[in-house]
Design a protein around this ligand. Structure first.
Ligand code: GDP
Ligand code: MG
Length: 162
């Protein structure tokens, strides 16, 4: 079965996206300590294809203060274990240095990446979203993890790459 990892800096909406998609949570106790401790696993499916979804959210619990090295570790881990990576960014903040850092890592590998521009809740936000083409990761998928808009098109792309 395919593995899809959701990566990105804190507060972009990774967990909101994850919780919207999963149908069954998996309690997997990670053997690796530290940064991987708070990874959440769940099962989902789309277009008849089942996959495991990983929310890589728990960098530093209860803190927005994330060290670049920890982000790097999570992304490297995702690159190792996932078949497809969903890289989530936030249209309301635009491209941040940490987004650029993640994009740089992802561009170094061949792993399929689907770029989700989240919090696109308005037409104005849709216009702002074009900025994210500058991350050099190809097509952008505008979504609203809160109301679900755009997630169908994104998932079409995800399962095609599985
Ligand atoms: P994470 O740290 O990347 O896992 O982000 P969360 O899923 O915890 O979301 C961070 C904040 O963004 C929360 O307050 C969410 O309610 C909010 N959020 C998530 N998705 C959306 C969205 O599509 N639109 C808006 N406006 N807010 C969102
Ligand atoms: Mg989270």
């Amino acid at each position: 079965m395919g593995i899809v990892a959701v990566v990105g800096r804190p507060n972009v909406g990774k967990s909101t996206f994850f919780n919207r998609l999963i149908k069954r949570r998996e309690a997997i106790v990670d053997a690796v300590s530290g940064v991987t401790r708070d990874r959440h696993y769940g099962k989902s499916d789309w277009n008849g294809k089942e996959f495991t979804l990983i929310d890589t959210g728990g960098y530093v619990v209860g803190s927005d203060d994330v060290f670049e090295a920890e982000i790097d570790k999570q992304v490297e881990l995702a690159i190792d274990e996932a078949d497809v990576i969903v890289f989530v960014v936030d249209v309301t903040s635009g491209i941040t240095p940490m987004d650029n850092e993640v994009a740089k890592l992802l561009r170094k590998h061949d792993k399929p990446v689907v770029l989700a521009v989240n919090k696109v809740d308005s037409n104005k936000a849709r216009l702002d979203a074009v900025e994210f083409y500058n991350l050099g990761l190809g097509e952008i998928y505008c979504i609203s993890a809160i109301n679900g808009s755009g997630t169908g098109e994104l998932l079409d792309q995800v399962v095609e790459a599985l």
